[in-house]
Design a protein around this ligand. Structure first.
Ligand code: ZN
Length: 125
């Protein structure tokens, strides 16, 4: 599989002294706290990490568990999906260029996610 340039929302690896996974965990935690009232006891979160995001998901999960004790942390890798700028077809990276019209003018619509997709306050069933 081809490698793609890293997304702009991932911090550069040498931005700080901290490990990037810890920086990302702190950022995600801040976003979570901004959206969910402090009175709500979060039981679990699901984090979407696109496959092009250059992070160690195991380290990210460990970092999140460290800042969210007692919270179930699920990490979901999101495969790359391209959308053709000419015909609008959506297709996975290994079919590039566009399998419908052959265009190379494509945009990545999935694969560079980095964020909490879900949070729940009760045990998931
Ligand atoms: Zn096309």
């Amino acid at each position: 599989m081809a490698t793609w340039s890293t997304s702009s929302n991932a911090p550069p690896p040498d931005a700080t002294d901290g490990a990037p996974e810890q920086e990302v965990a702190a950022h995600l935690l801040k976003g979570l706290r901004a959206q969910i009232p402090a009175s709500v006891a979060v039981r679990g979160i699901e984090v979407e990490v696109g496959v092009t995001v250059d992070l160690d998901v195991g380290a990210l999960q460990a970092a999140l568990c460290a800042v969210l004790p007692g919270v179930e942390v699920r990490i979901r890798r999101v495969d790359v999906l391209f959308k053709c700028a000419d015909c609008g077809a959506e297709f996975p990276a290994d079919e590039h260029p566009c399998p419908v019209c052959g265009s190379v003018r494509v945009a990545m619509v999935h694969g560079d996610e980095l964020g909490i997709s879900r949070a729940w306050a009760h045990e998931a069933t």
